[in-house]
Design a binder for this molecule. Structure first.
Ligand code: ZN
Length: 199
């Protein structure tokens, strides 16, 4: 990877051997390996021993999980907050594992819609809850840094299963509890595609 980064620097018109850039390929490789470390993560190991059987069927919410990801169209960051809720059937996930789960999928090349779905689908598959909802709000640097369509640089996506999809009251309760700072998204209705169909 380091040789590729050196070539990239040269292609950009830089001198890869100048002092400030000499160690850049090494640093970039390290950064990219970390930022894409989600590919190597094993979900079952991440959730290792953190699935518990409970007699509890109220909504569990983990709010304002910070996440950082890379858009697969431009390899530029998109980042923001993730809201996760589910209603247990017989099992729960240890609360601290939810942000870890978000990281596993965020640390890959992503589009926000797929990232949102992967988190929701994994929770559904691992604990079969009565419902699961994930809402993500993010700023996309590929849009804001390039000065294109500023109004679309902030995107909201949601994925809802079970009670959150079927029961309007449950969905409203969740949306009220997380108090989005942007428009309330509908069920599986992407509020804004951040970088789709462009050059
Ligand atoms: Zn992009």
């Amino acid at each position: 990877m380091q040789e590729l980064i050196r070539q990239l620097l040269a292609e950009l018109g830089e001198d890869p051997s100048r002092e400030g850039l000499v160690d850049t390929p090494k640093r970039v490789e390290k950064a990219y390996k970390f930022l894409t470390s989600g590919y190597d993560a094993d979900i079952d190991r991440v959730l290792n021993n953190a699935l518990f059987t409970v007699d509890y069927s109220e909504m569990v919410i983990v709010k304002d999980i910070d996440f950082y990801s890379l858009c697969e169209h431009h390899l530029l960051p998109f980042f923001g907050k993730c809201q996760v809720a589910y209603i247990p059937s017989t099992r729960v996930i240890g609360l601290s594992k939810i942000p870890r789960l978000v990281d596993v999928f965020a640390r890959r090349l992503q589009v926000q819609e797929r990232l949102t779905n992967q988190i929701a689908d994994t929770i559904r598959d691992k604990i079969a809850p009565l419902g699961v909802a994930v809402v993500m709000e993010a700023t996309h640097l590929c849009m804001s840094m390039r000065g294109v369509e500023k109004q679309n640089s902030f995107a909201v996506t949601s994925a809802m299963h079970g009670a959150f999809r079927d029961n309007a009251r449950t969905r409203m309760e969740f949306l009220e509890l997380i108090k989005l700072r942007s428009a309330v998204p509908g069920v599986r209705e992407p509020a804004g595609y951040a970088c789709v169909g462009e050059e």
